[in-house]
Design a protein around this ligand. Structure first.
Ligand SMILES: [Zn+2]
Length: 128
């Protein structure tokens, strides 16, 4: 029976690891793919939301999240033109439809910046 006891302990470990189900989720505007827990916002430089102009003159308004499991990231991380000193960035896309949703900012406390025009917050209940 030692194996069964070991398995039960492992199951309990796994159950503790599963995060609580969020009340509200962030979804992709184009395809409704769930991107992040709406409550998992990330503050940097004193704010959760930021507006920056890229080197091409395009204004980007985005909200920061600690995790975005529904995103995929593209290519190598870049130091050039970063909006957050000490952070490298990668393009973040929807993991389902591949639309550009924002950026993954990489450092000791990495986070995602998701374009407010490309995401919408929904109640998880409304999706069922
Ligand atoms: Zn999508």
């Amino acid at each position: 029976m030692p194996e069964l006891i070991a398995s039960k302990s492992r199951l309990e470990d796994l159950l503790e690891w599963i995060p609580p189900v969020p009340d509200n989720v962030v979804v992709c505007v184009r395809c409704s793919h769930v991107i992040a827990d709406a409550a998992d916002t990330h503050e940097i430089l004193g704010s959760v939301e930021h507006e920056f102009v890229n080197p091409y003159g395009v204004v980007h308004h985005f909200r920061c999240y600690g995790h975005a499991l529904g995103c995929a990231t593209k290519g190598r991380a870049h130091h050039a033109d970063t909006w957050f000193p000490g952070y490298r960035w990668k393009i973040a896309t929807c993991g389902n439809c591949d639309d550009h949703l924002g950026w993954f900012f990489e450092s000791s406390d990495s986070f995602y910046g998701l374009l407010t025009a490309k995401i919408v917050t929904q109640s998880l209940d409304a999706r069922q």
